[in-house]
Design a protein around this ligand. Structure first.
Ligand code: ADP
Ligand code: ZN
Ligand code: ZN
Length: 740
């Protein structure tokens, strides 16, 4: 036996770890979980994670391949993140290699040294390198390598690449070659290991906290040394962010760091500016708009504690922190915290797990908490902190339901809504229209023969985008030029059916030709910086009418908006998913919250064909807490989450039979194991064909979480053994947020 076996999480979609022998000539005493290891994998070389070392392997030790190189002297991820990943890997039953890769910036996944950007790493000769020099035979044919090695043999503390460049031709490439042979290594320049002192205080703005704010801050501040989840519920403008800021100040004063998670589109310039202005020291920001280098640098600043406050989107829940003190999840109900492909984790739920493991408080903030969180507060697992009023006593917007049945509609807008718009516009105020559908029209229809713009790859229609002159499928991304004649009958009478934001914009430009109109959706903000420009123009008052999708619903505040129109609430009220009414209520209130200020409260008008929808009525008449209570009662009666726990097994294949056959076999495996667990399906997915593949699903559900997870532990392991049909792609979604 050549020493310990390395058990490695290799970035591959396989539900297992891989065993390797240690690389030759390597000091084995320094092996620790979390080190990155370069290993051969098939015909490739990949960077994996050392999970543990072991004396035994279930494989034939003679067949094991040696690892090529250990990339780190210290694990790049702190112990608490490693523990979180281990937890997540078991809970989500996901291939370990992909789980671990999620937590690392791309450059580190590719093997780059995990060293602070300010301190260039230095190269040092290894023991094996000295041996190689002594047995000079190996180096006879490699004079450049020899030259560099000899030079490094004389540098006790190593040497940076800069100082090595003049030593030999092509030093960088030669060093890489030497490293691959294990003769040199990269080491971090020494980092001071003393805790960073608390940063200087920045004075508060001269505002007096209201009683609810003061109480919320006091409750959280009293729990800084232990694990406790707080659900901070307060309407937009009730001062939640001020609570975050004060609590963060208290955490920083103890020399600790704060991690703040926000939804992707909630991470606005406004929010960041407020954080920068109020909190001392550099802020690390982690979001999907960064390039790989920027992301690595922000990540390293968080890890070495230089950044006292780290703000980021979903995957920042894995951000390394030197001295974590608090975790805050803003807009905790937002669906973007759930990853919808690959490793399907929920960042809010993982924040709670991380807080528990670290023994620090977690604050979940929202005007419209997820029903799961409401239920946790009712069961007193979370401590509820409410900010019931808008700061400054501003009235909450008045919400009206507008029955559009039998009403003439101008491109989806009823006459009463248009009249209300004119009223507000005449007073020089702004109007915001919310329509959660981008493009011109969701369908192009032939009036002659009834042909519809179906996608070739999906059970879906292609959306008409007139500006781009293309039909685009919002499900698979396929696009083509707009047909000028019907592909079936040759008629030229092709008509757009239904309304998107682009169409609304066109109609309003005709109706209000003299007014500035801004459209905010993914199409109009695709270019880098275009969102910022649009927001600045809106705040300067250049635009009087704002049209947007859910992008408009978050983070921004438009104080001059006094009328908000929800153009089509019916979409959400009657969605296929049991969560769609919750989602619609959250969106309505969020959009409503964008508007108004103390002296100019907002008005909200909701257009619907179902004015008597019970949940909609409760929401409008009594507000979100009453809505949540009613919706929870419905969920309880139907035994749906949070009163049941679900995991969804999805399968897809080019051939519909195969996906179903796989799920039938999976069900047969599950039946003897499913104690206290209900199996529903297999059934075709609501959109059966997507991107050319047929999708089916099997839902598993249990009243008790531990029953479900006990079952999944046994079932998923067997499924991997039995799932031999290579044509079927499958995945498990634990706590699915969408059932398709
Ligand atoms: P939320 O995050 O709940 O939307 P904010 O914390 O952003 O609310 O507060 C809304 C506005 O009121 C901000 O401009 C904030 O600076 C201000 N504000 C917050 N708390 C107070 C207070 N106690 N007194 C005066 N202004 C406040
Ligand atoms: Zn036709
Ligand atoms: Zn498609």
């Amino acid at each position: 036996m050549t020493g310990p076996i390395l058990r490695i999480a290799v970035p591959s979609p396989l539900y297992r770890t891989f065993d390797y022998l240690p690389p030759p000539d390597r000091d084995l005493t320094a092996l620790r979980p979390g080190l990155r290891v370069r290993v051969p994998f098939g015909r490739r070389q990949v960077v994996g994670f050392l999970l543990e070392t072991s004396d035994s392997t279930s494989l034939d030790p003679a067949a094991l391949r040696p690892a090529l190189e250990i990339l780190d002297s210290e694990p790049p991820l702190p112990a608490d993140v490693l523990a979180l990943l281990q937890w997540a890997r078991r809970y989500y039953h996901h291939p370990p290699g992909e789980v671990f890769a999620t937590a690392l910036p791309v450059l580190l996944r590719q093997g780059e040294p995990a060293l602070p950007p300010a301190l260039p790493p230095s190269w040092r000769i290894t023991a094996a390198g000295r041996t190689a020099l002594a047995e000079s035979a190996v180096l006879r044919r490699a004079p450049v390598q020899r030259l560099l090695l000899e030079h490094l043999a004389g540098c006790a503390d190593g040497a940076s690449l800069e100082t090595l460049r003049p030593v030999a031709r092509d030093s960088a490439a030669t060093l890489r070659a030497l490293r691959a042979r294990g003769w040199v290594e990269l080491i971090a320049a020494p980092t001071p290991n003393t805790p960073t002192p608390p940063p200087p205080r920045i004075p508060h703005p001269p505002l007096i906290l209201n009683a609810a704010q003061a109480e919320a801050i006091a409750s959280i501040a009293a729990a800084l040394e232990r694990f406790q989840v707080f659900l901070l519920e307060g309407v937009t403008g009730s001062g939640k962010t001020e609570v975050y800021l004060r609590v963060i100040e208290a955490v920083l004063a103890r020399g600790r760091q704060a991690l703040v998670l926000t939804p992707e589109i909630g991470l606005t310039p406004q929010l960041l500016a407020r954080f920068r202005e109020r909190l001392p020291g550099p802020l690390a920001v982690l979001h999907s708009g960064l390039n790989d280098r920027e992301r690595l640098n922000a990540w390293l600043l968080a890890r070495d504690g230089t950044a006292r406050v780290v703000v980021g989107t979903r995957s920042a829940v894995f951000a390394p922190l030197r001295a974590p003190g608090i975790l805050i999840v803003d807009e905790e109900h937002d669906p973007s915290f759930k990853q919808q492909d690959g490793f399907r984790y929920h960042a809010r739920d993982l924040a709670v797990v991380r807080g528990r493991q670290l023994g620090i408080p977690v604050v979940l903030g929202s005007a419209t908490p997820a029903l799961e969180s409401c239920q946790n507060a009712r069961r007193e697992r979370y401590q509820l902190l409410q900010l019931p009023e808008r700061v400054g006593g501003g009235a909450e917007p008045a919400i009206d339901i507008l029955d559009v049945r039998r009403q003439p509609l101008l491109e989806g807008l009823s006459r009463p809504l248009l009249e209300r718009m004119r009223l507000h516009l005449a007073r020089n105020e702004q109007v915001l229209l919310f329509l959660n559908r981008r493009g011109f029209a969701p369908i192009l229809l032939c009036h002659e023969c009834g042909w519809l713009s179906a996608c070739r790859h999906c059970d879906a229609r292609m959306t008409l985008h007139l500006r781009q002159r293309r039909l685009i499928c919002h499900h698979c991304g396929d696009s083509r030029p707009v047909d000028s004649v019907c592909p079936l009958c040759g008629s030229v009478d092709l008509r757009p059916l239904g309304h998107g934001t682009e169409r609304l914009e066109t109609a309003l430009r005709q109706e209000f030709p003299d007014l500035g109109i801004a459209r905010m959706d993914r199409d109009s903000t695709r270019r880098r910086g275009s969102l910022e420009t649009l927001l600045a123009d809106i705040h300067n008052g250049d635009h009087r009418i704002l049209i947007g999708t859910q992008m408009l619903a978050k983070g921004h505040h438009f104080p001059d908006v006094t009328l908000v129109g929800i153009v089509d609430a019916d979409q959400g009220l009657h969605g296929v998913d049991f969560r769609s009414s919750e989602r619609m209520a959250q969106l309505i209130l969020q959009v409503a919250g964008r508007a108004g200020r103390a002296e100019k409260p907002g008005n909200v008008v909701i257009q619907t064909h179902h004015p008597d929808h019970p949940l909609l009525r409760v929401l409008v008449a009594q507000g979100y807490p009453a809505f949540a209570a009613a919706a929870l009662a419905e969920r309880q009666a139907a035994l749906l989450p949070p009163f049941a726990h679900q995991a969804l097994l999805r399968a897809e294949a080019a051939d519909p039979e195969r996906a179903t056959a796989f799920l039938k076999a999976a069900r047969a495996l599950a039946e003897p194991l499913a104690d206290g667990v209900e199996l529903l399906g297999p059934a075709p997915a609501p959109m059966e064909r997507r991107a050319g593949r047929y999708r089916a699903q099997l839902l598993t559900q249990a009243a008790r979480r531990q029953d479900l997870h006990g079952f999944l532990d046994r079932w998923i392991a067997r499924l991997w053994e039995h799932a031999t049909d290579r044509q079927v792609r499958w995945s498990l979604d634990v706590d699915p947020m969408e059932l398709y």
